[in-house]
Every structure is written in C-alpha cells, then in structure tokens.
Design a protein around this ligand. Sequence first.
Ligand code: BGC
Length: 501
Amino acid sequence: MLVASASPAVGSPCLPRSPGGGRGRRGGGARFGMIAARSAPVSVAPILKKLQKDCDTPVPVLRHVADAMAADMRGGLAADGGSDLKMILSYVDSLPSGNEKGLFYALDLGGTNFRVLRVQLGGKEDRVLATEFDQVTIPQELMFSTSEELFDFIASGLAKFADKEGGKFHLPTGRKREIGFTFSFPVKQISIDSGILIKWTKGFAVSGTAGKDVVACLNEAMERRGLDMRVSALVNDTVATLAGARYWDNDVMVAVILGTGTNACYVERTDAIPKLNGYVSTSGRTIINTEWGAFSNGLPLTEFDREMDAASINPGEQIYEKTISGMYLGEIVRRALVRMAEEGALFGKSIPDKLLTPFLLRTPDLCSMQKDESDDLQKVGSVLYDVAGVESNLGARKVVVEVCDTIAKRGGRLAGAGIVGILQKMEEDSEGLIFGKRTVVAMDGGLYENYSQYRGYMHGAVTELLGTELSRNVVIEHSKDGSGIGAALLAAANSNYEHDF
Ligand code: BGC
C-alpha cells in the first residue's frame, strides 16, 4: 500500500520541510536511505502511457485553451474578478520612443535573484551609451521572512551598487536618481509609481507585504538605509520586457515571460476596457498585465499536477503557471518517476530516499537530460545519480527522457496556445491589427531561453493553430534581458523632472 502524498503544506515548494521528502515510507521498507519498490511490480509502460494520454495536447485542446484565454481576457477586462485573469492596468500608456535621455536605474525583483542596473540613455542617435548591472542571489530564508527584512536586503544591495557609480554616468546636479522597479508578482497598480501586492507567487511567502504598496515598502527601506533615490515607475517584468523590446522594434505588441513563473502583457485599446472607471490614457492605449499564470480553463492535468498543487503553498491557484513554467516542470517529472519507481520498479528493487524530496529535480536537469544524444544516455544516468542518487540502466533512462519530453511538450504547447489566445483577442477587436502585418511577440525567461525542446513545442503549437499563412506575420523573438532597460526607460518616461521626450 502506498502512503498518501504528504509534501510540505507550508513554506517554499523549493524547500522540503522535512528531510526525506514528501511521501511516506511503507512499513519495513526503509533501509540505508532506501525504500523498497513494490515486491511484485507492474510494468512501467501503462503508467507512462497514461501519463502521455493525460498530457496530450492535440489541436482541439490547444484551440480550446486559446479560445478560453481570449474569453477570460474579456472577462477580466469587463470587471475585477470577472475571470481567472486579473487583466491589471499598468498605467503605462506610452511606450519608449527612443528619445529618452539621462541616467536611470532599474531594480528587478521576481525570483531567486534580484538585479540592479544603471543605464545612461543618449536619445535617438546614441541610444544606450553605457550600462552596468549587478545580480544578487536572494537567500532562501528571505523568501519566508518579513517584508522589512526582504526590502532591507534589497535596499542594501541597491545602495552598494549605487556607491560604485563610475565616470560614464552623469546625473545633473540637484536631481535624485530615479528607478524603474520591476516587481514580478501580481500587484494591483494604483498609479504608475504605486501598487498593492495581491499575493506572492513562485514560492515566496514573505509576511506583511500582501495588501501593502510595494513602492512604499521599498521607499521606507531606502530611507532606513539613507539612500536618496526615487521609484518613478513600478512595472511587472512582462511590461518592462515589452517596453525594452519596443525601444528597438515598433511592431512589438505582446511580451511573454517563460521562466520560473510565467505571464504575458500586451497593448490594449482603452475603449476595449470596460472596467476603466474614468481613467484616461492620452494615447488611447495602455499595457495590460494579464497575469495569465492564474488561467485554468480546460487544461489537460494529471494526478501528479493535482498532488503537486494540493501540496503547494497556494493550492488551487496559478494552475497554468504550475503546468507550463520552469519552477514546476521538474517537480511534475519527479512525481511521475517516483510513481514509476514505487509501482513499476523503474530503478530496481529499491529507491533512494533522496528521490522523494520535493522539488529535487529542477527544470535545468530535465533540459540537460533531454540534450543527451549518446547511445547509452550517459548524461541522463549521471543527472539521475548526481541529483537523486539513483542508479539507472539504459531502459530506465529512456523512460526518464520520455517523461521529461511529455511534460515539456505539454508545457510548451500550452504556452503556444496562450500566445495565440492573446493574438486572437487583439485581432478580433481590430481586424488586421495582428495578422494583417508583422507583429512581434517579445519573449524572455530562462525556460524559453534554455530549453530548446520546450521552445520548439511552443513554436510548433503556434504554427499549428494559426496555420502557415498567418503565422508568417507573427514573429516570436527572444528579447534577452530587455526588461532591465525597459524598466529604466519607463522610469525616464515618468521622470519627475522636466524632459522633452
Ligand atoms: C507572477 C507574474 C510574473 C511572472 C513571471 C508570476 O508568478 O505572478 O507577475 O510576471 O511570474 O515572472
């Protein structure tokens, strides 16, 4: 008999709460850090087959996801709470023109690292004159700390970086340094430079921030640190990516992040936003942060997804994100492998305890296993051994690669369907806007950048859904680290000081 899944109910899905992990041991099975597989194992094949069937994404499923995404976008634009999608107003109504000038900072908080950047913008001709950046890893414990502790840590990183400002950067006398703050969590924006945190995602569980203005939290921390800087724009990473990509290419209409978490934003006409409540945009357009990670309609889910969700710190939330983004793919694979090891003796008679540790297998591990082209799948064997302490034969390694491929394929294809849903909605509202000319979707995030199979599946789904004719006009382009410059550009556009761009 299997003991039911007992992954941590609190804390980060990245951090197992109890050593040895999420599943209980069967009576008498545990010895020397190993547990026994079922004594009369069933074959692994039916478990794999069921997984593949449950993860299947034929065109009708993708079509449904695209249509439902478009419908949920409309629901979220109609009223707050009108659908799973929050469709958050960004208060970014004009995108960079290229004329922006001066020294600006960007601060990016959204995952395991935070990045700081300074850029000297030189206007239309000179564009980016100089940039410098720094990246600081956020200690795991700060993901569960208090708001003050987290923001103090960030302010101190920012202060150290600001201290090192060299001769290439110039700030006119009498001005404060201005920052574009990229905060990659769902925030209800109140204005371009303030916003209330709705909830943490991606395993963060910092106390005392939800319901607070995150810009005020940062300003207070900067004051405590004696740092004289001002946040002039608060933006989501998708919005910063869109702004950064648009600086170089006027056809950019959508930006998508596929990294630890996932999200998309796009340029919307204000007359298509019923919930505007009197807000006027001078350009008649604004960027909408969809927060599509919360989408859930009609997704092909498996028992492993359900178990992972139930054990997460936000059960029932961010279902699309949990199905397609980098934080979760490895964990879904691990859960499937544990089932195969326990019931089908995939790795022989005993299973190392280590494999039972939640979030042990990470998406980069899947990626490097899928890259293995050797006859004996040596790399797969070494990842399994190094990461999970598992000894594997060639047959088992092949199964592991199939499982990785199944989960990456589903994720990539569903991400592609989401992109088509957004394009479809925009085209339905303004015929020819998207498919009648070149339209660029700016992509960023480690998952998209590094996992070639995933990326290939995503592109494949877009082409299958749009057909070759329409997809010719849709350019899906990597905008590497565009969000840093994007946030700085938005800080420039919303500067407190007089400017003529
Ligand atoms: C957050 C989004 C963010 C995305 C990508 C999600 O978990 O809710 O705000 O844009 O991750 O970083």
